[in-house]
Design a protein around this ligand. Structure first.
Ligand SMILES: O=C(NC/C=C/[C@H]1O[C@@H](Sc2ccncc2)[C@H](O)[C@@H]1O)c1cc([N+](=O)[O-])cc(O)c1O
Ligand SMILES: [Mg+2]
Length: 214
């Protein structure tokens, strides 16, 4: 049967990127998405905003919801301080299998723990299973109808602390209106919109940065 788009993306990474060089893996994926096939990675324009938010925060404990092929996973992991850890949740086993290979090709497997399953099942188990108190940074890029319920679930499970930063992809396109309304109106969050473009296109999209105030 025909290969999948993630499989074709992985073969371009192996062909074009240098093993152990995260930047070359990022560039190979962006090349593939610009010149071969569009794919729903956060992309290089929003990716630079992601980089700046992460490097300013220097987080020790990071959670990513929605791994897909691991593009944003390696963007984040490549700039984490030594000893920092990133847990990334992925529901689709085929995507997870590709992402593991992309993360390994970038040489970042020691910083990343990819967990297969649904965020709503895993979020309540993270504390005891991974021995993590709270997260410093959370990147939301999974099913858009899960951003709000999973944020409320993270609050309820005590995974957020004063100052935890949530960064949400696609707040315009495809859009997450219920999540945006919540973080922009709740007294528990200080929210800021980074205007950008939908990956590899001219359409408007953006990232919403929301600081949990406790
Ligand atoms: O639909 C989008 N993203 C959904 C992403 C979903 C990813 O997260 C898990 S679901 C999951 C993972 C963990 N826990 C529960 C569910 C899926 O298997 C996929 O890997 C999207 C769409 C567009 N677009 O232009 O259409 C652009 C984007 O940037 C997007 O992110
Ligand atoms: Mg996205």
């Amino acid at each position: 049967t025909r290969s999948s788009r993630p499989q074709r993306l992985l073969s371009v990474v192996k062909k074009r990127a240098a093993h152990g060089d995260p930047q070359s893996v990022i560039s190979a994926i962006d090349y593939f998405c610009r010149h071969n096939e569009w794919a729903m990675n956060v992309g290089d324009e929003k990716g630079c905003i992601l980089d700046s938010v992460v490097s300013e925060l220097n987080p020790e404990r990071v959670l990513e919801l929605g791994t897909y092929c691991g593009y944003s996973t390696i963007r984040i992991a490549r700039i984490l301080p030594p000893g920092a850890r990133l847990i990334t949740l992925e529901f689709n086993p085929d995507y997870a299998a590709i992402a593991r290979q992309v993360i390994a090709w970038a040489g970042l497997e020691d910083k990343v723990q990819l967990v297969e399953g649904a965020s709503e099942d895993w979020i309540p188990r993270i504390k005891e299973h991974f021995g993590i108190e709270t997260f410093d940074f959370v990147f939301l890029d999974h099913w858009k109808d899960r951003y709000l319920p999973d944020t409320k679930l993270m609050e309820e499970c005590g995974l957020l602390r004063k100052g935890t930063v949530l960064l949400a992809d696609n707040v315009i396109c495809p859009g997450v209106p219920d999540y945006l309304q919540y973080v922009r109106s709740s007294p528990s969050y200080e929210s800021y919109y980074f205007k950008s473009h939908l990956e590899y296109t001219q359409a408007e999209d953006g990232l919403e940065k929301s600081v949990f105030l406790g």
